[in-house]
Ligand binder design. Structure first.
Ligand code: M6R
Length: 365
């Protein structure tokens, strides 16, 4: 049932405040402002390495997780798309664990990667939405996302719930490894607990602006997404979402890679969507935006009030989100990224919930 919504994708975008809150409550003690004691049986303190493997949007969630595990838990992470992981004959050891991220829990390549690790005695954790799935059943520890059934082929609420679980796990690991201070843990938990309340307010505020912008975007054949730090995987996710449902060619790049190639493409026919909260990397990203502007590229900037103020460049649109802590930013910045793809596809008249050639769950290689 789509309720008042035109598509399941729209319904699922608007459900995110609720399901993210529900998911976080499974891992965080809201009242105490701490992470809950971990009962997964994965001894994060004893690990020297974590290998993450997933496909598509779940892989991009994992990429953001890597930044968090390394920064907050000082735990080195290797991450691959599952179709590469399963064949690359990575040396495995008993002092590592493997983490698989999947909405359906049935993705063929992810399952094959899991079985590869399991056969070599590596401990298996999985971040799964469908808890009755094969991947959940074959894991030693299951970290559920409580997103509820996701019907739209384009993953939205599963992604923000995956990020919520990964943020929580990075804190759990940080605590186990003694690398996360009490003060930082409390500040991060509080920021996460308060975030879901902002979702509907943000969606309602930016919706008219994004709907208007999407009409303009629908005229273009190519779109470039740029981001730095945890905004880089979001750039990849934005490009995937736009390709998937609007069929406009889009690419995501690390902002710092611009001058190593994609800058050659910049002209007035390829808009550049820059995801840049006003964080410690903002100034660097602004200099990449200047390079785009100097070549006649049109910029769509997704930032916060401080970022909008600090950048004096002319933009096609500036989408302003609330100023939030670094751990919350990727979860909130997913919202405009999803809405841009959604409204562009709706305007172009594509089959948003069932895009051509795609399956919700890819159970064959
Ligand atoms: O069920 P899974 O999370 O394992 O699926 C992985 C990908 O197939 C999936 O995220 C795909 O990329 C989505 N259609 C993206 O919107």
């Amino acid at each position: 049932d789509k309720g008042n919504h035109r598509h399941f994708m729209e319904k699922e975008i608007y459900e995110q405040g609720e399901v993210v809150s529900h998911t976080l409550a499974n891992y965080l003690d809201f009242a105490g402002g701490r992470v809950k004691p971990d009962t997964s049986g994965i001894d994060f303190a004893a690990l020297d390495r974590l290998a993450i493997s997933a496909c598509g949007t779940a892989y991009y969630a994992g990429l953001i997780g890597k930044y968090w595990f390394e920064r907050f838990a000082r735990l080195p992470v290797e991450i691959d798309v599952a179709s590469e992981f399963r064949y690359r004959e990575m040396p495995l050891t008993g002092t590592m664990a493997a983490l698989f991220i999947t909405q359906s829990g049935e993705t063929a390549d992810t399952l094959a990667s899991l079985r590869y690790c399991k056969a070599q005695g590596v401990r298996i954790g999985s971040v799964v939405n469908v808890v009755e799935s094969t991947i959940a059943r074959e894991s030693d520890a299951v970290f559920p996302t409580l997103a509820g059934p996701e019907i739209g082929v384009a993953s939205t609420k599963a992604f923000t719930c995956q990020l919520s679980v990964l943020a929580s796990l990075a804190m759990i690991a940080g605590r186990a490894r003694g690398t996360l201070s009490d003060a930082d843990e409390k500040a991060m938990v509080q920021a996460l607990v308060e975030a879901p309340r902002l979702f509907n307010q943000i969606l309602n505020t930016i919706q008219p602006q994004i709907e208007a912008l999407s009409r303009e975007l629908s005229r273009f054949k190519d779109v470039l997404y740029l981001g730095r730090g945890t905004s880089y995987p979001l750039a990849l996710e934005g490009a995937l979402k736009l390709k998937e449902i609007s069929y406009i060619h889009a690419e995501g790049y690390a902002a710092g890679e611009l001058k190593h190639g994609p800058i050659a493409l910049i002209d007035e026919t390829m808009p550049v969507i820059v995801i840049a909260p006003h964080d410690r990397l903002f100034e660097k990203t602004v200099s990449n935006m200047q390079e785009v502007a100097a070549r006649g590229g049109q910029i769509i900037l997704i930032t916060d009030a401080a970022g909008a103020k600090a950048s004096t460049l002319k933009t096609m649109a500036t989408i302003v989100l609330p100023e939030v802590s670094e751990i919350v930013a990727p979860i909130l910045y997913a919202l405009p990224v999803q809405l841009i793809a959604y409204h562009t596809a709706v305007f172009m008249g594509t089959d948003v919930d069932q895009p051509r050639n795609l399956a919700k769950s890819v159970t064959v290689e």
